[in-house]
Design a protein. Structure first.
Length: 320
């Protein structure tokens, strides 16, 4: 299950829809009490909850209160994705004391300068320091989340892919996830995919794979050359077994279909009612008949090029 507790971000990265002129996200902050309702409804039903997908969770003014509700989820694995810029000493401690199990930080370069090409107004050194604090504290407390680094591969940063392994080691990251940039109309850098240079991309991917194996880092790597439409497998399970919850509680068949008709509101409706709503049933019907939408087709192509299905929730599409 994926959801967002905010509809905002403090950065305007060149690969993100927030960099599109005039982009405005509707919605609101989900209150801690409302988040508690979500946790109670998903307890025993969800095996994993990512409670930030399309927006920055640490911008939530009551993030610490949100964390306090995580025990309500029972055995469910919990995760957030963050740009890391808002981490501070208090937040690092609160996170280590909480039941959060995975913290994924987005870094798009192994150096300050390269990272800054993508992540406008971010502060690489500050983020690395905070990640080192997080790693130190979780070791001292013997409690705290696993750390994942999310790296979006572009022509502009591909040369630093092998060095990302060393960067991960500098703050004890447990996993490095690499994906290709996904095309979003209007984003300054979203058309600069490495897939235009398959030989060089494949060589760098192999170098990173070897370096990670040498040091024992878990690494998830994308394909080096693009898959054709004929090679696509129509195997998306999202609308068959989950839904996406926006920060105002409205639910959709998946993160990418957040402009579809709502399947219900998690504050008001039951999980079963949402799973059987008309708009989610329609998406399933289209999959079963082979008549899938252009959004799904583009999504499948991008995600299978990326090679990591679980990564699909990191980017929202506006192209069609
Ligand atoms: S947009 Fe992508 S994740 Fe969503 S239902 Fe279609 S193929 Fe699945």
């Amino acid at each position: 299950m994926r959801m967002d507790i905010t509809n905002k971000c403090n950065l305007r990265c060149n690969t993100c829809y927030f960099s599109i002129n005039g982009f405005r996200a509707r919605g609101a902050f989900m209150s801690p009490d409302q988040f508690g309702v979500v946790c109670e409804k998903l307890a025993g039903r969800a095996h994993r909850l990512g409670f930030s997908c399309a927006f920055e969770p640490l911008i939530h003014p009551q993030f610490n209160e949100i964390l306090k509700h995580l025990p309500l989820l029972g055995e469910c694995q919990t995760a957030i994705n963050t740009n890391g810029l808002l981490l501070n000493k208090t937040l690092v401690r609160n996170i280590c004391e909480s039941e959060l199990q995975w913290l994924s930080v987005s870094l798009d370069g192994a150096t300050q300068d390269t990272n800054a090409l993508v992540r406008n107004n971010s502060c690489f050194t500050k983020i690395i320091e905070r990640m080192q604090e997080l790693d130190g504290l979780r070791k001292a407390m013997n409690h705290g989340p696993k750390i994942q680094v999310s790296f979006t591969l572009l022509q502009d940063n591909m040369a630093e892919l092998p060095n990302m392994v060393d960067l991960c080691l500098s703050f004890g990251a447990d996993r490095l996830i690499v994906r290709h940039v996904i095309s979003i109309a209007g984003c300054p850098m979203s058309q600069r995919s490495c897939l235009h240079f398959p030989e060089r991309t494949t060589a760098l991917i192999e170098e990173a794979r070897k370096r990670a194996a040498d040091v024992g880092l878990d690494i998830w790597l994308p394909v080096g050359a693009p898959r054709t439409e004929e090679e696509l497998v129509m195997d998306c399970k999202d609308p068959f077994e989950s839904f996406y919850i926006y920060s105002d509680g409205e639910c959709y068949p998946c993160t990418f279909l957040a402009d579809a008709e709502s399947c219900g509101n998690i504050q008001r409706d039951s999980v079963d009612g949402i799973l059987h709503a008309k708009s989610i049933s329609m998406v399933r019907k289209r999959f079963r008949s082979g008549n899938i939408s252009k959004t799904c087709m583009t999504c499948l192509r991008d995600m299978q090029n990326v090679g990591i299905k679980e990564k699909r929730h990191f980017t929202v599409r506006f192209e069609d």
